[in-house]
Design a protein around this ligand. Structure first.
Ligand code: ATP
Ligand code: MG
Length: 440
């Protein structure tokens, strides 16, 4: 991609309405554009990042054999009346009337819709467990949308649902998602801690929030520092391994302020291990048994008897993650941002020195870009006539992890190359490919 042909509307200064780094940076680098309060368009840079995050989320769902579906954004009020949540959900739900005067709504979540699909499609206990997910826009008419994509009204969420015969089976499904969340956030180079949480309007009695530490987070958290050392990487997907993983985590006192109790915190966590800080909720999982299956009559036959299925639901804020990653990764001291290479909008920026009379370094940039493309490395070439240092600053701001600089100092086989935050080195293209590929 040539920079001059891209839709990357970079602003000179931080927009004054943005209070936190991620919001500032996303507006400044033209990743998003607000269309009305809490509602954004995603421009190419931001959209590429979100799609890459979405794909990692999807791959990890597929690994636990969850099946991908796609439910609509607009739902009928009927099913919400069946579950009793049409009135309970309150003003956060955007209610719409169609031309027939039927009550519709823009889905804030999908428990009812997925239960409706289940009850008309699955009859036998032999088809259980069923794990399904979709990645779809949600709308919640938040009272105070703020911080850009972190708390908006329209946002992109992965939500999954599990259906089982017994509580015990349902805990097994819950634990599969628990592990898949740890793996997902790890692949995004985030350290997310599971915390015992309240269930809110989703309901039920077992729930964990996955929180990443960040000063600008909205959740206050109380935790034991040792929880960061729990190793989940080698956990396999069988019932007992997953149970013991859950035990390892649940052993530590780790809660958000809704569940915080000073006496419990002090008696469970040694003073030197106590960590009280702020965090961003990036995922939330719930177990709620037959809360929806019973009123909505979602059951299976077992030995001639009807049994209401036991359900759980599992959300990840895909669009929130774009902002959350900036909050977690931004280096305030050096004012640098660097996207994990796997989700960066481009892996490498190629920065040629452009001269009116001499286009040779642009030609060289094009050739290098082709070679990199053949090695699965995605590049953007800055073909504008700005100075080299202005161009380098621009890509530092965007957070493109690698830069190739084609100035006077890149001669012959040796090319000036740097990773954001590191010094420039002079190496050949083969070496560059090796370095970048290691991070993909
Ligand atoms: P919060 O406590 O932040 O309001 P929630 O508990 O209402 O979130 P869930 O119903 O658990 O949210 O939704 C699952 C995930 O969707 C959350 O963990 C979060 O990452 C994301 N999410 C929820 N609300 C928003 C929002 N208004 N804007 C962006 N992402 C959101
Ligand atoms: Mg929540």
């Amino acid at each position: 991609m040539l920079f001059s042909k891209s839709l990357i509307p970079i602003l000179k200064n931080n927009p004054s309405e943005a209070k936190i780094k991620s919001h500032q940076l996303m507006l400044r680098t033209g990743m998003i554009k607000q269309s009305s309060a809490g509602i954004y368009s995603w421009l190419p840079l931001g959209f590429k990042i979100m799609k890459k995050i979405e794909n990692i989320v999807r791959e990890e769902q597929n690994k636990i054999l969850a099946q991908e579906i796609l439910m609509p954004t607009i739902q009928s009020s009927e099913i919400w009346k069946e579950s009793g949540r049409f009135d309970d959900y309150g003003e956060e739900m955007l209610r719409i009337k169609d031309r027939q005067n039927r009550e519709m709504l823009y889905g804030p979540t999908n428990e009812e819709l997925v239960t409706d699909i289940f009850r008309s499609s699955v009859k036998s206990y032999k088809s259980l467990p069923q794990l399904v997910y979709h990645i779809q826009w949600k709308f919640r008419d938040e009272l105070r949308p703020r911080f850009g994509v972190m708390r908006c009204r329209e946002f992109f969420m992965k939500d999954a649902y599990s259906f089982d015969l017994t509580d015990n089976d349902a805990f097994f499904s819950y634990n599969k998602f628990f592990l898949s969340y740890l793996r997902t956030f790890k692949r995004l180079e985030l350290s997310a801690i599971p915390m015992a949480a309240d269930t809110g309007p989703i309901g039920g009695n077992l729930s964990h929030e996955f929180i990443i530490l960040a000063e600008t987070g909205e959740s206050k958290i109380y935790t034991d520092k040792d929880i960061f050392d729990v190793n989940f990487q080698d956990t396999s997907l069988d019932k007992s391994s997953l149970e013991s993983l859950r035990k390892k985590y649940d052993h530590y006192y780790s809660v958000t302020d809704e569940k915080y109790n000073e006496v419990d915190f002090n008696s469970n966590v040694k003073k030197e291990n106590q960590l009280i800080t702020k965090g961003i909720e990036v995922g939330h999982i719930f177990y709620f048994g037959d809360k929806y299956s019973k009123p909505m009559q979602a059951s299976v036959d077992i030995n001639g008897k009807k049994e209401y299925v036991k359900m759980g639901s599992y959300g990840i804020g895909v669009s929130r993650l774009v902002g959350a990653i900036i909050e977690a990764k931004y280096d305030d001291k050096n004012e640098l941002m660097c996207w994990p290479t796997k989700i960066a909008p481009y892996h490498c920026a190629i920065i040629p020195l452009i001269n009116k009379n001499d286009k040779s370094s642009l030609d060289k940039a094009m050739n290098i870009s082709k070679v990199l493309k053949n090695n699965k490395i995605d590049t953007i070439i800055d073909d504008t006539d700005e100075s080299l240092s202005a161009k380098m600053k621009k890509f530092n701001l965007i957070g493109i992890p690698f830069q190739i600089i084609l100035g006077k100092k890149s001669e012959g086989e040796l090319i000036e190359f740097k990773k954001v935050g590191d010094d420039i080195q002079k190496i050949d293209l083969k070496e560059i490919i090796k370095i970048i590929n290691k991070e993909l």
